[in-house]
Design a protein around this ligand. Structure first.
Ligand code: SAH
Ligand code: SF4
Length: 359
C-alpha cells in the first residue's frame, strides 16, 4: 500500500527525518497539518529534502475525475487509490460553513437496499491517510474559505472501520485543529461501536441512519438491524447521550409509500422522543438498484410538520450534488482492481448545470 506522510505520527515523522535538524520536523508538520501543503510545497525545507519526501511518500489519492455543480458550490471527486480501488469525496460550500463528505471504505458491506454504495458491495477498508488526504484535497479546493466541517457520509460504514475512523477524528481535532463538534460520524447503527465511540472522549456529532422504526421494515432497508435491532440500537443511543452529554440525530431518507406513511410517522416519533433526538429528513435520492421513488416535496413537508406536531425536532436536508450523483447514497463509483483506470493523474473537469448555491 502507498504510504503517505499523513499516515505518520509526529514521532514517526521525526524518525523519517533522522539526521536533519529538529526544526525541520516542525516545519514539515506545520506545512502538512496547518497549511495543507504537499511535501513538495513546504518551501521552508531544502529542495533535496522536499524531493526525497515527495518520492518516498507519494499521495495515496490520484484524482481521476472532478465534477463541479450547484454554481461552483459542490465538487465531487473520484479518486483512485494505490491498488486501483476507487472512492468518492464531495465538497459542499454553504453560506456559513464549508463541509467535506468523506469516504471511510471503498464500497460498503452493509447492504442497505436503497444505497448505491451498498448495492455495489465492499472492496476494502481505507487507511488513515486515505481519509485525511480527502480532507486535504477538499480544503485546498475550498480555499480561501476555511474548511469547517467533516462528515463521514460518503462511501462506507465508518464504524466498521473503527480504528481508522477514530484515528482520523483525533488527528483532525488535535493536529488540524478542527472543532470536534464539527466532525460528524454517520452510522447505520453498529450498536457496540457507538458505545465504544461514546467513550473516546471526543465531543463529536453523531448521526444514526434510522430510516425505519419498526424491526420488520428496518430489517429490509438496513440489514444490520437483524444483528442489532431497534431496541439494542436505542440502548446504544442512550449510552451515547449519557456518556457524551450530547444529543444525536436520526437520518431518515423518505421513500414513497415505504416510510412516509402515518404509521411510520408515529413509530418514528415514538422512537425519537424519549431519546430527544433530532430528525434529519432527506428525500430519497434515486439509485439504479432500488426501484422506489423518493417522497414528493409536499409529502416531505407534511412529514416534517407531523413530527413537529408530535414534539420531535425535525429538519429537511437540502440535497446537494444530485445532478452529478454526489448526493447522499449516490456514491457508487467503485472499481475493483487496476483495469480501466487512468493512472496518469490526469483530471477531467466538467461543469454541470450552473445553479445558484442554496442552503
Ligand atoms: N454508512 C453510513 C454513512 C454513509 S451513508 C450510514 O449509513 O450512515 C450516508 C447517508 O446517506 C446515510 O444516512 C444513508 O442512509 C444515506 N443514504 C444512503 N442512500 C441514500 C439514498 N439513496 N438517498 C438518500 N440518502 C441515502
Ligand atoms: Fe453502507 Fe451507509 Fe450505504 Fe448502508 S447506507 S450500504 S451503511 S454506506
Amino acid at each position: 500500500m502507498v504510504k503517505s506522510l499523513y499516515e505518520l505520527t509526529r514521532t514517526e515523522l521525526a524518525e523519517s527525518l533522522a539526521g536533519e535538524p529538529r526544526f525541520r520536523v516542525d516545519q514539515l508538520w506545520r506545512g502538512l497539518w496547518k497549511e495543507d501543503r504537499y511535501p513538495s510545497e513546504v518551501t521552508t525545507l531544502p529542495r533535496a529534502l522536499r524531493e526525497r519526501l515527495a518520492s518516498d511518500y507519494p499521495s495515496t489519492l490520484t484524482p481521476i475525475n472532478e465534477v463541479v455543480s450547484d454554481g461552483g458550490a459542490t465538487t465531487k471527486w473520484v479518486f483512485a487509490l494505490g491498488d486501483g480501488a476507487t472512492i468518492e469525496t464531495v465538497l459542499m460550500a454553504y453560506e456559513d460553513r464549508v463541509t467535506v463528505c468523506v469516504s471511510s471504505q471503498a464500497g460498503c458491506a452493509m447492504g442497505c437496499s436503497f444505497c448505491a454504495t451498498g448495492q455495489a458491495g465492499f472492496t476494502r477498508q481505507l487507511s488513515v491517510s486515505e481519509v485525511i488526504e480527502q480532507v486535504v484535497v477538499a480544503a485546498r479546493a475550498g480555499a480561501p474559505r476555511r474548511l469547517s466541517n467533516v462528515v463521514f457520509m460518503g462511501m462506507g460504514e465508518p464504524l466498521a472501520n473503527y480504528d481508522v475512523t477514530v484515528g482520523v477524528l483525533r488527528r483532525l481535532h488535535e493536529e488540524r485543529g478542527m472543532s470536534a463538534r464539527h466532525l460528524t460520524v454517520s452510522t447505520v447503527g453498529v450498536a457496540p461501536a457507538i458505545e465504544r465511540l461514546a467513550r473516546e472522549g471526543l465531543p463529536l456529532t453523531l448521526a444514526v441512519s434510522l430510516h425505519a422504526a419498526n424491526d420488520e421494515s428496518r430489517n429490509e432497508l438496513a440489514p444490520i438491524n437483524r444483528r442489532y435491532n431497534l431496541e439494542r440500537l436505542a440502548r446504544a443511543c442512550e449510552t451515547w447521550i449519557e456518556v457524551t452529554g450530547r444529543r444525536l440525530s436520526f437520518e431518515w431518507a423518505l421513500i414513497d409509500g415505504v416510510n412516509d406513511t402515518p404509521r411510520a410517522l408515529d413509530e418514528l416519533a415514538a422512537y425519537a422522543r424519549p431519546l430527544d433526538a433530532h430528525v434529519n429528513l432527506i428525500p430519497l435520492n434515486p439509485t439504479p438498484g432500488y426501484l422506489v421513488r423518493g417522497s414528493t416535496p409536499e409529502r416531505v413537508r407534511d412529514f416534517r410538520d407531523g413530527l413537529l406536531a408530535l414534539g420531535v425536532n425535525a429538519t429537511v436536508r437540502n440535497t446537494r450534488g444530485r445532478s452529478i450523483d454526489a448526493a447522499c447514497g449516490q456514491l457508487a463509483n467503485v472499481t475493483r482492481g487496476k483495469q480501466g483506470l487512468r493512472r496518469d493523474g490526469s483530471v477531467t473537469k466538467v461543469a454541470v448545470r450552473a445553479k445558484p448555491p442554496t442552503r
